[in-house]
Design a binder for this molecule. Sequence first.
Ligand code: SF4
Length: 217
Amino acid sequence: MLDKAYGKPARSKRSDPVDELVRTILSQNTTDRNSLKAFASLKERFRSWGTLLKTPVGRIERIIKHAGLANIKSKRIKETLYEINRRQGGVTLAHLADLSVDDAAEYLKSLKGVGPKTAACVLLFSFGMASMPVDTHIFRVAKRLGLIGASINIGEAHDVLSDVVPKDLIYSFHLGIIEHGRRTCKARSPRCGSCVLYGLCAFKDKRFYAKKGAELT
Ligand code: SF4
């Protein structure tokens, strides 16, 4: 249904896991545009992540200024990469490919500053593992649809949705629901009247918003 409404999401090439980790840290509390700009600046300045470890945090902060909260993110990136380097003898996450999804997630979440969303992004986009990253769009839409209970918090939603959604659909579900949240199931005024998921949705106010939308047109 979502493929029909928004087009089938293109499956992009698997990303390098450390790149994905850094990119996800940069994406917190900012737009894709800003975080991608900051990530591109980092890649341009550092030929390897090992070089970043030798760089003062203040300089990293200036390089990633576009991402916002640069003082926090620069420290977090350096500390996380430092810890990976300490444990693995190099800034690499390649060993995660040999672990189960749960063990790989546990490893990532044991790194200071890495939460369930960052861990799930690395596992899904770099290793193709069945792990669901949950952002605010996915959390809101999944709640309205009734896929997760009212008492579930965003941290718990990663595991719940990873179990609910068939493993081979996690990638397209993730991208499709984000698109749906941006274009139709908006936070303030969902466009229920033109929603392809209307018949499946458990949101108690969907009739109200469908009617409201019809009055505005
Ligand atoms: S019917 Fe409304 S609340 Fe339900 S998914 Fe569609 S837009 Fe969101």
